[in-house]
Ligand binder design. Structure first.
Ligand SMILES: Nc1ncnc2c1ncn2[C@@H]1O[C@H](COP(=O)(O)OP(=O)(O)O)[C@@H](O)[C@H]1O
Ligand SMILES: Cc1ncc(COP(=O)(O)O)c(N)n1
Ligand SMILES: [Mg+2]
Length: 542
């Protein structure tokens, strides 16, 4: 019998709303005839799915507790931790293991289980039979809905994490209580007294034999199956076999796949998913994360960790550039215009390339009449060019495009999405600029978490119909009031850029131009000339 007080298969969690106060969960229980009877809504109003992992710490953070925390975070589930052992471990292997005394594992279990509403317990490294007994004792006092057992014995590097003496505890005590057990081929073989598990057919036989030991379901993982071009896992629920296949990702970064898979299964079960769906989602997650991280390099050993949160790759792109927003990037701010590019018969990428080669220090794509798909493709292409030049790329107005192409930020007008909402969507690291004509608007932009303001139109311009001009006086007033760096915009070009910079307020960092670059036959020389004029002006102001 599985250890859950109420077998998990009898539970259904329905997400009613996903209000800002957390997922409201409605619990219905099936009676013996299968009819659902509502129990309560209010007491679960603020409840979020909760997995407790009982496992070892991996100092390299690829597997063990650290993988479990990241996997649960990635799947949107709270994860508490009971640490059974501390390993000294890196991408080369396991250099040492320090087992946590049983009474202290018991203390951790009591702290968590007596206080928090744990939905699912997931086990990893359990380095002694006595520890297994401690866990089962705690679970009998504080029952949970499901138990996921990853029978960790040997790390991918081949180091022993739980010796043969623990096999008895796993087989006789833990497996009969498990809702699912997830051995890899070596662990399946060890649990079955050394039976050969080297083919998919062997995996099926092993799954059946393991099921006889008492777990409700079995997943034999084939990540290490020799000579297999696919990653094949076998799921057995006591009646049916399911062969779960995904393509094998060609990467060294597979350290922690087993821990991650088991934690994802636990996370999905905690959300209310049936077992087979939970396993399928978990396998898909592992494959996606491996594929995403296949080229990242962490450590010099043979087995690298992967990126559960799918973030490192974009961070590494950013790390080639300045980490935070640098106000001096506003110096020569080039704003594209689709109409002008059409008029001169050139692509947006060619226009951007020429502006950059001439010395533009930031690019804003302002494509008012582009269709969304075309805009996204253009933005991706421009981002690559900007990356090469180490120059940030901003998107005018379209937060969705900025997010989809991972641009450096957005520029917003007064009738676009408020900066505060954009910040919530884009996170703390993206650049947000806001067009402001008055000190009040500049103040609001600062409160809303913008990084800079654009002030104008300084002069009359044809690129914006009916745009009120603020003149040099208006610009100066806004600059003096603004706590944020300012870029001047509106009718600025080679002839008047130096007048603008000469207002001499230190937070005026540069000029933004549209026509002066893009409504010209050759962009590159214009960009160069403007850069020179600006350099000259700032030297004089100093
Ligand atoms: N290179 C890979 N490409 C795709 N999936 C993989 C790869 N290696 C392992 N997996 C998948 O990761 C999960 C964990 O499997 P495995 O690595 O065998 O477990 P363990 O880490 O316990 O040895 C399984 O679903 C397996 O199919
Ligand atoms: C603390 C700890 N727990 C589990 C594993 C297994 O992970 P893998 O099989 O991916 O090496 C590990 N290496 N370390
Ligand atoms: Mg592995």
């Amino acid at each position: 019998m599985a250890c859950s007080i109420v077998p998990s298969s009898l539970f259904f969690f329905h997400k009613l709303t996903n209000s800002r106060y957390g997922t409201r969960t409605f619990v219905a229980m099936q009676d013996d005839c299968g009819a659902a009877s509502a129990t309560t809504t209010e007491q679960y109003k603020m409840k979020i799915p909760h997995v407790l992992t009982v496992a070892g710490s991996d100092s390299g953070a690829g597997a063990g507790i650290q993988a479990d925390l990241k996997a649960c975070a990635a799947r949107g589930v709270y994860c508490s931790t009971v640490i059974t052992a501390v390993t000294a471990q890196n991408t080369a292997g396991v250099q040492g293991v320090n087992i946590v005394p049983e009474d202290f594992v018991a203390a951790q279990l009591k702290s968590v289980l007596s206080d928090m509403q744990v939905d699912v317990v997931k086990t990893g490294m359990l380095p002694s039979t006595d520890l297994v007994k401690v866990l089962l004792q705690s679970l009998s006092e504080f029952p949970v809905r499901a138990l996921v057992v990853d029978p960790v014995m040997v790390s991918t590097s081949g180091d022993v994490l739980a010796g043969p003496s623990t096999i008895t505890g796993l087989r006789e005590n833990l497996l009969p209580m498990a809702d699912i057990v997830t051995p890899n081929v070596k662990e399946a073989s060890a649990l079955l007294g050394g039976m050969q598990v080297v083919t998919v057919a062997d995996m099926c036989s092993a799954a059946k034999l393991l099921h006889n030991l008492g777990p409700r379901t079995v997943l034999v993982k084939g990540g290490d199956l020799p000579d297999s071009s696919d990653a094949v896992d076998i799921f057995f629920d006591g009646e049916d076999f399911h062969e779960l296949r995904s393509s094998r990702v060609n990467t060294r970064n597979t350290h922690g796949t087993g821990c991650t898979l088991a934690s994802c299964i636990a996370a999905e079960l905690a959300k209310g998913s049936p077992m087979l769906s939970a396993v399928k989602v978990a396998k898909c997650f592992v494959e996606t994360a491996l594929d995403y991280s296949k080229d990242i390099v962490i450590g010099s050993g043979p087995q690298g960790p992967f990126d559960h949160l799918l973030r490192l790759k974009s961070t590494s792109r950013q790390s080639h550039r300045a980490e935070a927003f640098n106000p001096s990037d506003l110096f020569l701010y080039a704003v594209t215009d689709s109409g002008m590019n059409k008029k001169w018969g050139r692509s947006i990428t060619d226009a951007v390339k020429a502006a950059l080669e001439g010395g533009a220090t930031i690019i804003q794509l302002r494509e008012k009449d582009a269709d969304t798909r075309g805009f996204l493709e253009a933005a991706k292409a421009c981002l690559q060019i900007c990356c090469v030049h180490g120059v940030p790329l901003l998107i005018n107005d379209r937060i969705d495009i900025a997010l989809a192409c991972d641009a450096d930020g957005v520029h917003l007008g007064q009738s676009d999405m408020p900066a505060r909402s954009a910040r919530a969507l884009l996170g703390p690291d993206k650049i947000i600029g806001v067009s402001c004509k008055t000190p009040e608007e500049a103040h609001q932009a600062w409160i809303d978490g913008a990084n800079y303001i654009g002030c104008g139109g300084v002069y009359r311009t044809n690129t914006k119909a009916n745009n009120l001009t603020v003149g040099l006086d208006g610009l100066k007033t806004v600059c003096l009031a603004s706590k944020l760096p300012v870029v001047a915009i509106g009718g600025i070009g080679i002839s008047n850029a130096s007048d603008v910079m000469k207002i001499g307020v230190s937070n005026l960092k540069g000029v933004a131009v549209v026509s002066a670059l893009f409504d010209r036959e050759c962009i590159l020389p214009e960009s160069k000339k403007l850069h020179a004029v600006l350099m000259d002006a700032v030297q004089r102001v100093k």
